[in-house]
Design a binder for this molecule. Sequence first.
Ligand code: HEC
Length: 147
Amino acid sequence: MKLVILLALAIALSSCSKPVEDTRPGQPVKTRQTAFKEMLRVFEPMGTMLRDGKYNAAKFEALAAELIARRNDPWGHFGADTNYPPTKARPEVWTRQGEFEKAREAFFRSSDVLLIAARTKELKTVSDAYARAYDACHSCHQEFKQK
Ligand code: HEC
């Protein structure tokens, strides 16, 4: 009896600590999550620079250009049957595709504006454009990504 309880506990613990693997061919969920992480890896240092009062115009412009180079990567991996663990996407991605597409386009526009702003090298222009791009990421997450 005790052994059964211990075994059950061990199984519960191991299933809790083990992250869910994306075992599907081509790993669409993992691939898009990695693509988003790569965007964050480029986007975050721009915000840190502004917050810490260490705006470097050349570095900022290079990062803004890199964001544009990477911004296409996630979207092709949201195929019709790809709402499964470990996704953090909400079902609205698939039930409200028009809105999801609009949110993606708004993000593309805001990242275009960010690069144009970066080229002005004016801190105020750059900060405003960064805040708009941040909102574009954030508002899509509000609607289409689990917390
Ligand atoms: C049009 C909607 C949309 C926009 C715009 C968007 N995201 Fe996301 N993002 C998502 C969705 C949906 C997921 C969940 C993907 C999944 O888990 O399948 C996600 C997931 C993520 C993740 C988590 C990845 C993981 O490993 O779980 C990060 C980080 C992220 N996004 C960063 C960003 C950044 C930074 C921006 C803006 C520069 C951005 N996203 C713009 C929809 C969006």
